[in-house]
Design a protein around this ligand. Structure first.
Ligand SMILES: Cc1ncc(COP(=O)(O)O)c(C=O)c1O
Length: 326
């Protein structure tokens, strides 16, 4: 079933327009707010109306786990892998979304269905919730679950990706795994956000943080890859197990390119033949400058380009896809 696709509105001050997503009974606000549909407090609402309490520790303590899966041309990409990771993250953080696997899947489907979006950024999250009045005991918190589908988000716009981006290597260490397990996707973004400010001040597009030994870790929303002598290496140990990173590993296997998890020093990345990033929110992103060093003559490298092209070509072919029944 086709539904009306909501459009982004005309910005603040413009008359509020409502595009009714007919069959779903949801109106999507388009007065400059993000369009899309959320599931919050057990109900489907326009994303601009989704709310959590200021007393929720998900907000007050950054005590949240989440996942982000994308929909491309009407199909979820690697939906079950994202649900696996979300359930694992919940277990590691002692959070209970209160929904079984089947229900989680259905909520995500329904958010996309009601939004009518063909290319979407779909987030699901479980927060610690609110403790009993006057209590600081996390065991008294009632965990909450929310999800939403909004138009696809690019951490780097595709036209910017074509030229390759300028990555800043920050000396800010990523919060160590002994403190916060990076494999449970979490809201501890204080270090990553500091890094983003630093990147902007230094004229870069985005930033990669280091581990406590000064080796490359990960960045705000992406894993990092070094290409040297035709082999691809990506850091492990202090990073999220990116679903796109796993996808890159599969693509490298298909292309007959060597791939390994290992240590990537900052200097070896600056001096690499090529470098790229991977993220649900943008795919395979070529890096052509690291700090003041130009890579692969300032154009996306040949191996990066092969991996990136194959990533999008296989998307178009429905690879790892779960179609949305709109
Ligand atoms: C800290 C961090 N590392 C890596 C990634 C990449 O993971 P994925 O490929 O699953 O999007 C993300 C995604 O948001 C992230 O937040």
């Amino acid at each position: 079933m086709e539904t009306n696709r909501p459009h982004i509105g005309q910005g603040n001050g413009a008359p509020r327009q409502e595009f009714s997503v007919a069959e779903a009974g949801v109106s999507v606000a388009t007065n400059g707010e993000e369009s899309g549909v959320a599931f919050c407090d057990g109900r489907y609402v326009p994303v601009a109306e989704a709310r959590i309490s200021v007393l929720d520790w998900g907000f007050a303590r950054n005590d949240t786990t989440y996942d982000v899966v994308h929909v491309w041309k009407g199909s979820f990409f690697r939906l079950e892998d994202h649900l696996d990771r979300f359930e694992r993250s919940c277990g590691l953080m002692r959070l209970d979304p209160g929904l079984e696997r089947e229900a989680l899947r259905e909520v995500l489907m329904e958010c996309v269905r009601r939004s009518g979006l063909r290319d979407a950024y779909v987030k699901l999250a479980c927060t610690r919730g609110q403790p009993a009045p006057g209590s600081r005991d996390p065991r008294t918190c009632r965990n909450t679950f929310f999800a939403f589908a909004i138009p696809f988000v690019w951490i780097i716009p595709p036209e910017r990706q074509e030229r390759g981006i300028h990555l800043i290597l920050s000396s800010i260490p990523r919060i160590p795994p002994a403190s916060v397990d990076p494999t449970a996707k979490n809201f501890h973004w204080g270090d990553l956000n500091r890094g983003l400010f630093e990147a902007q001040e230094r004229g870069g597009d985005t930033v990669a943080l280091s581990d406590l030994d000064g080796n490359v870790s990960e960045g705000p929303g992406f894993n990092v890859f070094r290409v040297q002598g035709g082999r691809v290496t990506t850091p492990e140990g202090t990073v999220l197990g990116g679903i796109t990173r796993r996808t890159v590993e599969e693509l490298c296997a298909e292309l007959g390119v060597g791939f390994e998890y290992g240590t990537v020093s900052a200097d070896s990345l600056r001096e690499a033949d090529e470098a790229f990033l991977s993220s649900t929110a943008g795919g395979v992103i070529p890096v052509t400058r690291i700090d003041d060093r130009i890579l692969s003559n300032g154009a996306p490298g040949p191996l990066t380009t092969r991996v990136r092209d194959l990533y999008w070509r296989k998307h178009d072919e429905g690879w790892h896809g779960t179609p949305v029944d709109y």
